[in-house]
Design a protein around this ligand. Structure first.
Ligand SMILES: [Zn+2]
Length: 278
């Protein structure tokens, strides 16, 4: 399995990251996409991917941190231009496969909404310019985000709707455009609306990525604790049941989907790339 959305750079993993990766390997999780959400975490993601053939990276500014790129009225700021230039630089590092996580978050509203919209548009342009796909973070803002993407243009390389929590119409939006939906721990929750939404939209195993979003969003039966990639099989098994496919087949298909969207899989998993250089 590949954990397609994880934050191994977080301080929650600072004291035991090697153990976390060893437990992940023992649980069959041997590839990771470490997702940036501000400048520091984007740099850390690039650094992790640079030293570990199991890890690929994204760079981007999360809607919570949109004030990095734009002022409260949504005008691109001078410091924002520097930040965007640094993102562009970081994106040229060898392990970077996408721009993200970017989007709108009207649940927490940690940055003013006009700044969120501008940060999203600037980074959609960046992704299109660099020929990279994007990782969307959308919370309580599906119509607004997808509307803005329709205006600004979806980057040609496509996208994943990470930690998908939309309705059937939003899953259908993704399918119609060849985009993927990232499925995490919430699919294991008893009251989750996700299984019904996925079924109603006709989502198949060709449309999904598996993710933990660790250290957040642990699946059952680990709720209330730090999440880690070793728990991904709970999510894989629950999703396989929703989609009516065999868990092992879903593992293989999700890896293919990862390769299709991001253009490659981590070198450690890519047998065609030869033995990993230690
Ligand atoms: Zn995330």
């Amino acid at each position: 399995m590949i954990d397609s959305h994880v934050h191994l750079n977080r301080r929650e993993f600072a004291h035991d990251r090697a153990d976390v990766l060893a437990r992940a390997a023992a649980a069959g999780v041997r590839g990771f996409l470490n997702v940036g959400y501000d400048l520091a975490s984007s740099r850390e993601s690039v650094d992790l991917a640079g030293v570990d053939p199991r890890i690929l990276a994204t760079v981007g500014v999360h809607p919570h941190d949109a004030s990095l790129l734009a002022d409260p009225a949504g005008r691109p700021s001078a410091s924002g231009r520097d930040a965007l230039a640094e993102l562009r630089d970081l994106a040229s590092a060898p392990g970077v496969v996408a721009i993200g996580e970017i989007g709108l978050d009207f649940y927490r509203d940690l940055s003013p909404r006009p700044a969120q919209r501008t940060a999203l548009c600037l980074q959609l342009d960046l992704a299109a310019d660099l020929g990279l796909p994007v990782v969307f973070h959308i919370r309580d803002a599906y119509p607004e985000t997808l509307g803005l993407v329709a205006q600004a243009g979806l980057p040609p390389r496509g996208a994943v709707l990470h930690s998908f929590a939309g309705g059937p119409e939003h899953a259908a939006w993704a399918r119609e455009r060849g985009c993927l939906v990232g499925i995490g721990g919430p699919v294991t929750y008893r009251r989750s609306a996700l299984p019904a939404a996925l079924r109603a939209a006709g989502v198949t195993d060709r449309d999904v990525l598996l993710e933990t979003d660790a250290p957040w969003l642990p699946p059952e039966p680990h709720r209330g604790r730090r999440n880690e990639p070793a728990y991904l099989a709970h999510t894989r098994d629950a999703l396989a049941a929703v989609l009516g496919v065999d868990p092992a087949a879903l593992t293989v298909q999700a890896r293919r989907n990862f390769a299709r969207l991001f253009g490659r899989i981590p070198a450690a998993l890519d047998v065609s790339a030869g033995p990993p250089i230690e």
